[in-house]
Design a protein around this ligand. Sequence first.
Ligand code: ADP
Ligand code: 5GP
Length: 480
Amino acid sequence: MNPCRRTGIAVVICAPSGAGKTTLCRRLLQEFPNLVLSVSCTTRPPRQGEVNGRDYEFLSREEFLKKRDAGFFAEWAQVHGNFYGTPLAAARALAADGKDVLFDIDVQGAAQLRRSLPAACLVFLLPPSRAELERRLRARGTESEEDLALRMAAASRETAQAHRFDFRIVNDDLEQAWQELRAVYVASTLSPLLRPRFQAELSAEWGNMATLGPSPHTAPAGSHLAGRRVLPRLFTALDLPDAGTAFALAEKVGMLRSPSGSVGSGLKVGLELFSAAGPEPVRLLVDKGCVVFVDLKFHDIPNTVRRAVKVCCALGAGLLSLHLTGGGAMCRAAVAARDASGASTLLMGVSVLTGMDGAAAEITGRVLALARSAKDRGLDGVICSGREAAAVKHELGDDFLCLCPGIRFAGSAGGDDQARVCTPRDAVAAGADFLVMGRPIIGAADPAAAAAAALLEMETGLGCRDGNRGNSDESNTGRH
Ligand code: ADP
Ligand code: 5GP
């Protein structure tokens, strides 16, 4: 038996309309019977030859919105004036049955699917030129002039997102594009990253393969989407006075995974280590394959922050923090610097520090106000306590990330300078995407065991999230 076949993978293909996605997807589906199409729902009228239930489930606007509001879709988006949505339950059932599932969706949908199906292979198909795209759309003859203009305008916006994908294929010569897509699919079915249990199963069979897999953090550089797919959820804070001590600890806790492989760990470099040893530890840890959260909490005039963000992006920071009270111009300067650098660094805004206490409702109100401003300014997420994570997710949407420090194991003595604390399990169950833990791990007698315990709790928390929050983890981010 080939263990690679036990769980299906998700393949997401995006392209501007007319790039040849339907043509290539049909061929892929024909050649590989184990690959099945996720049939989307749409409010667009059927084109000639399209069959309800095979190409799409064609719905009225009312029917679509009813399903959307009932949490039926893993993601949904408005594309070219029509609604489109991916029913998640059907795709999950297929994947559980060992089928690989192909998602033919737009760029907005791909960004959302990353959350509900983190281990997905994301492919972007490019037309060779604008002129050729327009020629193909006209030759297809299925769109009105108005529709054609809409699709051409959308093409530029969509193509600007191509760098966020794992693979890019230019469909100039159809045969070559087909060979490339075929190769991407076949390679993906063999990737331990895309089949999280693959490595464990191989090891169980052969006993000695545990070290042969790739590091858990081998996402291609420069890709937001792919980077997040394998981003660790737990960051151990290397709050230590020198690089030597920090590296010794990093060896133990820098790249662990939870028992099922679904949650991994990275490292945080904060003020103490950065002040002591400068950027070199970050560079070295990134070179070793660790995902590093550079937590310097920038708060300065826009020009200074812009320049510092540029440096940290070049260092390879996975995440970077800045104070939201630094204002809109400062935040926007940070975003612009990150985007200009082409890096996949996530920019996280500090809201109310977890060391501060007060009336819960008042603090949550302040956190939400700051989180809203962070989202408006284009940051990727907010830093708050686990106690506010549910409110942040509820109000800002699942696509807006939430990072929580102030994590303590249940029953720990407390009495330090953290006030709004939360357990690893509860923070993740509430919707936290990333946790930062310092003293409970680095101060433990066995830091690796403490980090492993946190990862296990987080895995449980993720399970609770599915149960307690129903479809909310998979619902639309409200961005459309
Ligand atoms: P999409 O699903 O991305 O909107 P289609 O697969 O419908 O695009 O392709 C758009 C049109 O372009 C179709 O008429 C198709 O036959 C044609 N086409 C696709 N790929 C190529 C190619 N490499 N060279 C020339 N024509 C192509
Ligand atoms: P078309 O109308 O040409 O079939 O599709 C238009 C666009 O909508 C394509 O980019 C297609 O991939 C996208 N699309 C189809 N189904 C879905 C879906 O379920 N969700 C999202 N977000 N986009 C979809």
